[in-house]
Design a protein around this ligand. Structure first.
Ligand SMILES: [Zn+2]
Ligand SMILES: [Zn+2]
Ligand SMILES: [Zn+2]
Length: 253
C-alpha cells in the first residue's frame, strides 16, 4: 500500500491566517501544513481518510484523478469541510462516492450537510453513498478495514488499521481494547498537537509514550499546531523511530 500525507496540520492549518509567529513565518516548506488527511493506494484503488477543508487543493497538488471511497474519522469540520468538493469525482467518474463513517459521525454529517443528504436535492450537489459502520471490521475494495474507537476529549471517534498500518488522529485517550487492535502494527500515524497539554489531543509527551507502548517500528506525527515548533526543531526532540510527518510525504507500507 502507498500512503501520501495530504495534510498534517491542526484544525486551523499552518500558517494560521494572519498569524506572524515564528512557525507561521517559517521559510521551511515543511511548516506549511494543510488540514489532516491521507491518500491510500492499493492495487488500482484510491481511498482517502477524511475529506478536510483543504481537500480540493490536496487533490490538485497530488494530481489525484480517481477516488474510490472516503473513510471518516469524525465530523469535526477540519476533517469533513471538503465534503461538497467530492462532487468533482461524481462528475468525472459518473457514480456516487461511498463514504464510510461511524454512527455519531454519520449523524453529524447528515446534519451539517443536510442539503447533501436531503430527499429532494438541488441539482449539482454531491451524490454520496453513506455507509455507517459499527465496531466490527469491514471489507473495502479488497482490504479489511479495522475501525478503532478513540476518545477525542469525551467524543468517541474512529482510527483505522489496515494491514500493518494504523492511522489515528485527534486522540486523547485509548481503551485497552483499542490498544490491543493497534499492537503489532508496523507503521503508526498519530496526532501530537503541541508540547503543552490539550484537553482533547495528545501533546508530544503523550504521543511519544503511546508510540512506545504500541511497540511499532516507525511512527509519524500529525495534526501539528503553529504553537508547537518549526518542523526541524520538533524533529530534533524525537527518538529515531518517530518522524514528524509533512505534507506530500509518501510511504510504502
Ligand atoms: Zn482535527
Ligand atoms: Zn502562528
Ligand atoms: Zn477533532
Amino acid at each position: 500500500m502507498k500512503v501520501t500525507f495530504l495534510g498534517t496540520g491542526t484544525s486551523s492549518g499552518v500558517p494560521l491566517v494572519a498569524c506572524q509567529c515564528h512557525v507561521c513565518t517559517s521559510p521551511d516548506w515543511r511548516d506549511k501544513r494543510l488540514r489532516c488527511s491521507v491518500l491510500l493506494e492499493w492495487d488500482d484503488k484510491k481511498v482517502i481518510i477524511d475529506v478536510g477543508t483543504d481537500f480540493r487543493q490536496q487533490m490538485l497538488r497530488e494530481n489525484v484523478k480517481q477516488l474510490d471511497a472516503v473513510l471518516i474519522t469524525h465530523a469535526h469540520f477540519d476533517h469533513i469541510g471538503g465534503l461538497d468538493e467530492l462532487r468533482a469525482f461524481n462528475f468525472v467518474q459518473g457514480k456516487d462516492m461511498p463514504v464510510y463513517a461511524d454512527v455519531l459521525a454519520s449523524n453529524m454529517l447528515s446534519n451539517t450537510f443536510a442539503y447533501v443528504f436531503a430527499e429532494n436535492k438541488y441539482p449539482g450537489t454531491p451524490n454520496l453513498e453513506l455507509h455507517t459502520f459499527q465496531d466490527d471490521a469491514f471489507e473495502l475494495l479488497g482490504k479489511t478495514i479495522n475501525p478503532i474507537e478513540i476518545l477525542h476529549g469525551n467524543m468517541p471517534i474512529t482510527g483505522f488499521r489496515i494491514d500493518d498500518f494504523t492511522y489515528i488522529t485527534d486522540a486523547k485517550t485509548l481503551s485497552e481494547e483499542a490498544k490491543a487492535k493497534i499492537k503489532g502494527s508496523k507503521i503508526l500515524v498519530v496526532n501530537a498537537v503541541r508540547e503543552e497539554p490539550h484537553h482533547s489531543h495528545f501533546n508530544l509527551d503523550e504521543a511519544v509514550a503511546f508510540i512506545e507502548e504500541m511497540e511499532v517500528e516507525k511512527a509519524y506525527l500529525i495534526h501539528i499546531s503553529h504553537r508547537f515548533a518549526r518542523h526541524s526543531a520538533i524533529q530534533k526532540k524525537l527518538p529515531a523511530n518517530i518522524e514528524v510527518a509533512y505534507d506530500s510525504l509518501k510511504l510504502d507500507v
